[in-house]
Design a protein around this ligand. Structure first.
Ligand SMILES: Nc1ncnc2c1ncn2[C@@H]1O[C@H](COP(=O)(O)OP(=O)(O)O)[C@@H](O)[C@H]1O
Ligand SMILES: [Mg+2]
Length: 282
């Protein structure tokens, strides 16, 4: 399905938009200020300014190619492994320059990532979660690790489904369970921010609903930034929404409008947002 068709005519009427549980002026966990990003000579993001407030869910929406994944991936420096990438401007984690953080492992512990395709390690359910914990504190004893694994699996709402088969392969789980296992693995090291790039794109509606319910619980302890091309999903889960679009001349992604989800979906200030939300985009 193309991203444009996600907002078919009438979508606006049918959208269930949540009341934001947080305030737009809560302190920023992640903030971009006039941030530009380049793949070689190609500017993929231009003059991005946005805020992901602490302990809220912020959705990045917009058409395919608008740079949603590029922006999300910059937030934990996934691009470091891609030759030729560069950036200008500020991208901040709790006010600290993300690109200035020396130890990437430390950054990735503070800012975890969940991908579109669940990617459990080819090891047991237990080891999938224990792996990161052992990296974090090599001195922790077995009992402590086991407790923390249980806490993470409970936190990811999958404990009851796996508690009797912790030694089985994580790859033997269903797609939705694998995704919750990946969330357990991510939260085990107690990050501040969880980045999710279309985390439900490969899941069926019931598994998707479970992830959405889980996100609402996780929000109490973590800041979440989610890329979704599913407008209904953004309306259901996000406190804040950032609408990105593409400059038709340069193909660079830019922020058209950002604000509380309720306002973006029901009372957008920019005609281009209204057009996208009501399915008239493109
Ligand atoms: N590794 C890459 N090298 C060069 N260009 C890229 C790379 N990844 C993405 N792009 C380009 O950057 C732009 C934004 O892509 P992306 O962030 O994936 O958009 P979205 O997630 O909104 O669909 C697109 O024009 C895409 O072709
Ligand atoms: Mg993407």
């Amino acid at each position: 399905m193309s991203e444009q068709t996600a907002g078919h005519p009438g979508a606006q009427r049918k959208l269930a938009v949540r009341e934001s549980s947080g305030h737009a002026d809560a302190p920023a966990a992640i903030e971009a200020r006039d941030f530009n990003f380049y793949y070689g000579d190609f500017r993929a993001l231009e003059h991005i300014s946005m805020v992901a407030p602490r302990h809220q869910i912020t959705a990045l929406i917009g058409p395919s190619g608008a740079g949603k994944s590029t922006l999300l991936r910059a937030m934990n420096r996934m691009h470091d492994e891609t030759p030729g990438t560069s950036s200008e401007g500020d991208l901040l984690l709790d006010g600290e320059d993300i690109n200035g953080i020396e130890d990437l492992i430390v950054l990735r512990k503070r800012v975890g990532m969940i991908f579109q395709r669940p990617n459990p390690f080819p090891m047991s359910i237990f080891e999938n979660v224990a792996y990161g914990l052992r990296l974090k504190s090599q001195s922790a004893n077995k009992g402590v690790i086991a407790d923390q694994v249980e806490q993470a699996l409970r936190g990811a709402a999958i404990w009851d489904e796996v508690k009797d088969k912790l030694q089985q392969s994580g790859l033997a789980l269903s797609g939705g369970q694998q995704q919750r296992l990946c969330i357990a693995r991510a939260i085990a090291v107690e990050p501040e921010v969880l980045l999710m790039d279309e985390p439900c794109a490969a899941l069926d509606p019931i598994a998707t609903l479970k992830i959405e319910e889980l996100m609402a619980e996780l929000e109490e302890r973590y800041t979440i930034v989610i890329v979704t091309h599913n407008l209904q999903q953004a309306g259901r889960v996000a406190d804040q929404t950032v609408f990105l679009s593409m400059n038709p001349e340069t193909r660079a992604g830019f922020v058209v409008e950002a604000g509380p989800t309720q306002q973006i979906f029901t009372n957008p200030k920019d005609d281009r947002t209204l057009a996208y939300i009501s399915g008239r985009f493109g």
